[in-house]
Design a protein around this ligand. Structure first.
Ligand code: ADP
Ligand code: ZN
Length: 746
């Protein structure tokens, strides 16, 4: 009897967003090589002509299909994904209602996934033997100054990269090759790391003596690490300048003692040399830093260092969460309240929340840190899920800055043309300039004017592709859309009625800068926002110049709001505190409180106490008042009640279903159909809103509608939603996605 050979089966997630696994036979010769997490090339679609790459996610005993195709080959250029990470990816797909492929794709950086980047080889040149080298120099080089140059250089520095050697000596390849031929020097290819720190030196700093509060906090953390305290997650709520980073550093030391690894997440914007230096100066080469400024090559090398176990600590933005450690001990999420932890494309994950999940799955610990914890995290303390750790005082008993509100209603008459700067703020800045202290002026809006309108016909310039107004940038003399980036020359006459009567209103940082230059002619003023920070290094340059005291007044957007620790800053001015308050978002109060507290926290971090002036048209607003009084607890109590009453997170979850397409009618129609499909599942614990236009109703020429879902989002419900998106509604040319735990409602 003929017994057909039984092939083993591999389940493969192919590189297409179909949210489906496909089963393949493993050819006998690949049986030992195919394991979960590796990548393979497989035939796909009808016939066997088209090949596609994918990741092996399972090795099932059997398949529901009986005729399978064979895996073509193992694709080794893309490294194997550790199983623990793969499981995390699968969890993300389920939790965030995205396709499995999208979730798994996020686990490897693009530079690594591409398979195109590899370790870098550099050719080095070295002396075979120094004595032989100097003999050769004396005996054979009298008529070849070029050869002499090379040998002299190598006698001083015996080992040099070829390109560098050529550069400093100015000799040609022929000269070098001739020396190689005479066996005086040798060439050798070596693997090197593209080191993003190549031009920075590590200064090791003495560890400070811990403050009483830090000691208490670290004791509590130690008992969590020792398993004496139940739970694995702690929330470190410490006021600005209270020494949270020192707590992180000491915790990492403990984890290192166990020979385990740590991931430190910081918001991209806080990933300054200032921050990373602190980790590098304590742990040196054990630290790898991942940020968006790295080249693909550098990113590849940093990731590979982690993969090969050469580093123990990763400091990085959001995606560093997926660092391929295999013996993870701790994840730290600094500034855990930051919205930038939420990715705004699929997979729409929240790095803080996934950090907690990863730690849980891998038996690691979590520390979430913030001076203004998110309501979600503080609520988890209330529920007993997180241990609360508090640092209530600034280091060295430095006082919290004194915060004043300046009521801007009616200011314009008093201060005349400079109605944008209140008298109080102007005086305060002048004081600082006179004393050689520094000021930060904050306004969360870039550009010169936020509106261009016609005084005759009332025309307002707006982006034809997006439903927002153009912002005027005076320096470039243009109007730009802050959503799609489109840019046009600023018209001299009204495009509609041709009247030369054009008015600019609404202020941005560019205008603040120009007013400040007039108000403080002797001061050195610098602006920091995404318009001025266009070069890779400009951010570092300005900050280091600010640190040296060369800048008197630093004006900026949220870029300067967070994490900066400059002791000589004794004044912070907030130009318009109300901007974030008027956003159509249930988190508007929370954001305002956080932003004001964080910005205010930049003041008075040194020996001289700081002052903060908050200019506002709503000085009575409670979010502003609580920020003035540094009163997080009252803010939390009040806000959590509101959330509970209205059933907004952290009371239950919130998801949005988004629909976008160029045809307004069609997209609305599909959205309504979708609503009909999900309406029946609404209940007391699940509220489903009608279809409504998104606050930004049109973006890049596409109309946007949404449905909001609030309450108890069960796994079953999510499965249903995912199924609708990927199976029922995937045939239209309408883009539909689900955003679980949405942080942006625009
Ligand atoms: P936070 O992150 O809470 O805003 P930081 O960790 O930046 O605060 O600490 C503020 C400053 O205090 C930093 O310059 C830091 O080096 C310093 N610092 C932290 N802990 C101590 C300590 N125990 N003794 C002296 N200085 C400290
Ligand atoms: Zn636009």
């Amino acid at each position: 009897m003929h017994i057909p050979r039984k092939y083993k089966i591999a389940r493969v997630l192919v590189d297409l967003s179909l949210n489906k696994n496909y089963d393949y036979y493993i050819p006998a010769e690949l049986e030992t090589k195919v394991e979960i997490g590796i990548h393979v090339t497989v035939p796909f679609g009808r016939g066997s002509k088209r090949f596609i790459k994918g990741c092996v996610t399972d090795l099932p005993a059997s398949s529901e299909f009986d005729k399978l195709k064979f895996i073509e080959s193992v694709y080794t250029a893309r490294p194997k994904i550790p199983i623990s990470l793969l499981k995390l990816g699968e969890w993300m797909a389920e939790y965030y209602c995205c396709s499995k492929e999208q979730a798994v794709r996020a686990l490897l950086p693009g530079a690594v996934r591409s398979g195109k980047i590899s370790k870098k080889n550099i050719t080095f040149v070295y002396l075979v033997d120094p004595i032989k080298g100097s003999e050769y120099l004396f005996n054979n080089c009298s008529r070849s100054p070029s050869k002499a140059k090379v040998l002299k250089e190598l006698l001083q520095r015996p080992d040099r990269p070829l390109s560098l050697l050529k550069k400093v000596t100015g000799v040609s390849d022929a000269v070098i090759n001739s020396l190689v031929k005479d066996e005086v020097i040798k060439k050798e290819k070596r693997i090197v790391c593209r080191d993003p720190f190549a031009d920075s030196e590590i200064l090791s700093v003495d560890k400070p003596v811990l403050t009483e509060e830090q000691v208490i906090v670290l004791d509590k953390l130690q008992s969590m690490f020792d398993g004496k305290q139940k739970g694995f997650a702690s929330l470190l709520y410490g006021v600005t300048g209270s020494g949270k980073t020192e707590v992180y550093l000491r915790s990492i030391e403990e984890i290192l003692k166990e020979d385990k690894e740590t991931i430190v997440l910081v918001p991209e914007i806080a990933l300054t040399p200032q921050t990373t230096e602190r980790f590098r100066s304590r742990f040196g080469d054990l630290v790898s830093v991942l940020h968006s400024g790295l080249s693909d090559g550098e990113r590849f090398d940093e990731w590979t260092k982690v993969y090969e176990g050469k580093v123990k600590i990763v400091v990085g933005a959001r995606s560093a969460l997926f660092a391929p450690f295999r013996n993870l001990g701790l994840i730290i999420v600094d500034e855990e309240h930051e919205n930038s932890y939420k990715q705004d494309e699929a997979p729409r994950y929240h790095a803080r929340d996934v950090a907690v999940m990863r730690a849980y799955k891998e038996n690691a610990f979590v520390i979430l840190g913030s001076a203004t914890p998110s309501l979600e995290s503080f609520n988890n303390v209330d529920k007993g899920k997180y241990q609360l750790l508090e640092l209530t005082k600034r280091i060295d008993d430095r006082v919290m800055p004194k915060v004043f509100t300046v009521d801007m209603r009616g200011q314009s008459e008093i201060a005349g043309s400079s109605s944008i700067f209140s008298r109080d703020l102007v005086d305060a800045v002048n004081d600082r300039i006179a004393r050689g202290e520094q000021t930060i002026i904050f306004l969360n809006r870039r550009g010169f004017a936020t509106h261009m309108s016609c005084n005759q016909c009332g025309y307002v310039a707006s982006c034809p592709e997006c439903s927002i107004n153009y912002t005027f940038h005076r320096h470039k003399d243009c109007l730009t859309c802050h959503i799609c980036g489109s840019i046009i020359r600023a018209p001299k006459n009204c495009p509609k009625c041709s009247a030369p009567d054009i008015k600019y209103s609404g202020v941005g940082t560019e205008k603040i800068e120009s007013i400040a230059q007039k108000l403080f002619p002797l001061a050195y003023i610098k602006r920091m926002d995404s318009d001025t920070m266009t070069h890779k290094r400009s951010y570092e340059k300005v900050l280091s110049s600010f640190k040296k005291g060369e800048i008197d007044v630093l004006i900026g957007t949220q870029m300067i709001a967070k994490g900066l620790d400059f002791p000589n800053v004794t004044l912070v001015g907030i130009i318009n505190a109300d901007i974030s308050l008027h956003m159509p978002d249930f988190r508007a109060s929370e954001r305002t409180f956080q932003l004001l507290t964080q910005v205010a926290g930049r003041a008075g971090r040194g020996h001289i106490p700081g002052e903060v002036f908050i200019q506002t048209f709503t000085p009575f607003n409670t979010a502003i008042q609580y920020a003035v009084n540094h009163d997080y607890n009252s803010f939390y109590e009040e806000e959590i009640d509101v959330r509970k009453m209205l059933c907004y997170p952290p009371e239950g979850h919130l998801a949005t279903v988004r629909f976008t397409a160029e045809n307004e009618e069609k997209v609305l129609d599909i959205a309504e159909q979708f609503l009909k499909d999900i309406e029946p599942i609404a209940n007391d614990n699940l509220m489903i809103s009608p279809v409504c236009p998104s606050p930004i109703a049109k973006m890049r020429n596409k109309y946007r509608f949404m449905i909001m879902i609030r309450g108890k989002l069960t796994t079953r419900l999510k499965k249903y939603l995912t199924q609708l998106v990927f199976e029922k509604y995937n045939k239209h040319d309408i883009h539909i996605y689900i955003d679980i735990d949405a942080v942006s409602l625009m």
